[in-house]
Ligand binder design. Sequence first.
Ligand SMILES: *[C@@H]1O[C@H](CO)[C@@H](O)[C@H](O)[C@H]1NC(C)=O
Ligand SMILES: *[C@@H]1O[C@H](CO)[C@@H](O)[C@H](O)[C@H]1NC(C)=O
Ligand SMILES: *[C@@H]1O[C@H](CO)[C@@H](O)[C@H](O)[C@H]1NC(C)=O
Ligand SMILES: *[C@@H]1O[C@H](CO)[C@@H](O)[C@H](O)[C@H]1NC(C)=O
Ligand SMILES: *[C@@H]1O[C@H](CO)[C@@H](O)[C@H](O)[C@H]1NC(C)=O
Ligand SMILES: *[C@@H]1O[C@H](CO)[C@@H](O)[C@H](O)[C@H]1NC(C)=O
Ligand SMILES: *[C@@H]1O[C@H](CO)[C@@H](O)[C@H](O)[C@H]1NC(C)=O
Ligand SMILES: *[C@@H]1O[C@H](CO)[C@@H](O)[C@H](O)[C@H]1NC(C)=O
Length: 495
Amino acid sequence: MGYGPMGRCAPLRCGLAAAVIAAVVVTSLAEAASRTPPPLPVLPVPTAAQLKWQRREVIMFFHFGMNTFTDLERGTGREDPATFRPAALNATQWMDAAAAARASLVILVAKHHDGFCLWPSAYTRHSVRATPWRGGRGDIVREFAGAARARGLDVGLYLSPWDRHDERYGREVAYNEYYVAQLHELLTGYGSVSEIWFDGAKEKNATNMTYHFEEWFQTVRQLQSSINIFSDDGPDVRWVGDENGSAGATCWSTVNRSMITIGEDGIGKYLNTGDPRGKDWVPPECDVSIRPSWFWHKNETAKPLSKLLEIYYNSVGRNCVLLLNAPPNTTGLVDDADIARLREFRAAVTAIFSTDLAAGSTATASSERGAGFAASNVLDGSDDTYWAPTSEDGRRKGGYWIELRLRPADGAPAAFNVVRIQEHVATGQRVERHEVYVDGAAVVANGTTVGHKRLHRLAAPVAGRTVRVWLASRRGPPLVSAVGLHLDQFAASMM
Ligand SMILES: *[C@@H]1O[C@H](CO)[C@@H](O)[C@H](O)[C@H]1NC(C)=O
Ligand SMILES: *[C@@H]1O[C@H](CO)[C@@H](O)[C@H](O)[C@H]1NC(C)=O
Ligand SMILES: *[C@@H]1O[C@H](CO)[C@@H](O)[C@H](O)[C@H]1NC(C)=O
Ligand SMILES: *[C@@H]1O[C@H](CO)[C@@H](O)[C@H](O)[C@H]1NC(C)=O
Ligand SMILES: *[C@@H]1O[C@H](CO)[C@@H](O)[C@H](O)[C@H]1NC(C)=O
Ligand SMILES: *[C@@H]1O[C@H](CO)[C@@H](O)[C@H](O)[C@H]1NC(C)=O
Ligand SMILES: *[C@@H]1O[C@H](CO)[C@@H](O)[C@H](O)[C@H]1NC(C)=O
Ligand SMILES: *[C@@H]1O[C@H](CO)[C@@H](O)[C@H](O)[C@H]1NC(C)=O
């Protein structure tokens, strides 16, 4: 558009400009008027912090403390701080492990059940202050948080409720006051904390003690507004019910928190599968160590790649976040062999998922809700766009389906042995049953829930020209953000 040298325009030109602007405005108004609004969310839905957590997929845990030096998994609380002497502790090197696994959040066990604190707490003498390490002036929480942030990683902390050292344990008010005081230290002294871990573990015969969880949770919220609180019972992230990295084949992000008592026996099954009718959005996190134990022991080594991949499919591939533990050794470093295994693990995941054999295919569906909700959205690589059917669709015979007509580059049907399906969980978890068909007939995979990500690893590669996913939904139409097909060269059938 030409303006005169003085910033004014001739009347004719001005009129033209106005007409063009008016036309543009009219067109965009018309477009806006014809755009279909997104479907209503189906409650419960995740908070922004929970969604961010879910999309991390793999995060890391570091168990280090007195047990590292006493060769125990559960210290008695009577350990002599003088035995804590890492020769060359380097938290920056720990972050090499997180970088190898490409984890975006690292969680440190700041105090385990033995009560020994990795930071110089003002409320106890049983801490790094009483050790020879750094002349008693060290602070592992500070070094850890600093090293993480320097690498662009977010920080999480674990503070064991069960404390076998502190003499206040068993005195309800005194111990809860001590615990809240330590929450204040950890959540005000070390910058932003993205996750806090409340472990329900405790021996049966341990001193009886009532934890004031509600006061603890509210304190945490007051001190860190965007944190996720982990416990058996959330409120933000729940335990998956086992320590081998395995979610239920049915895995809802929803539960009724009123059904869960932290630390109680017999809640494992409920936590493992969630509750299709749950009122609370509390998705599960799968904590598992890359070694047999949580703490470092000389007699142990990292799990093989095949086992780590199985864990990945059973956790991330079942709507969970995988919390992988890498324990630093008595030197104060993560074993190089463990870091190498983590790198191998990430390289394998990248090799499997960086190529999507569904890319370039044509997507059709049982119905489309309207502009912005096309079936092709499942192929655009974004978690924020999705295919939405019409709400009437599900009532028709045959139910909801989406089909990909594959366009292999060389004309031959592409062989795949992994099917990836993702729901747009931001608007609620909906799918309760699904089946995957190849070329019309054969069902190659089926299951119940989908959630943020469902991965099916097939017994052997299959090839075909069309892949159809059939879906039954519990609440409202299914909203599918991705369908992908991959070739896992590490599967047993490929070796
Ligand atoms: C600590 O580890 C980092 C990362 O591996 C390394 O670059 C650095 O040199 C180490 N620092 C010391 C003092 O060894
Ligand atoms: C508690 O039980 C454990 C085994 O679970 C046992 O090793 C320990 O000695 C018991 N402690 C007490 C105080 O009875
Ligand atoms: C522990 O204390 C609570 C509350 O004081 C009580 O309800 C519970 O029965 C006690 N448990 C045991 C095993 O003594
Ligand atoms: C994981 O642990 C649970 C309970 O601890 C057990 O029932 C299940 O068989 C284990 N799964 C695997 C794959 O080891
Ligand atoms: C969870 O709560 C909902 C709503 O109150 C209820 O319908 C459902 O049955 C509850 N789940 C269980 C397992 O009791
Ligand atoms: C290694 O030693 C530790 C401590 O003695 C023990 O708890 C653990 O079970 C042992 N691990 C294996 C795989 O034997
Ligand atoms: C701890 O790991 C580091 C890095 O691999 C290694 O140099 C050191 O020897 C290990 N310490 C022990 C006690 O194994
Ligand atoms: C998957 O298919 C098998 C074999 O037909 C069937 O037994 C199973 O119930 C199906 N599972 C689901 C969740 O539909």
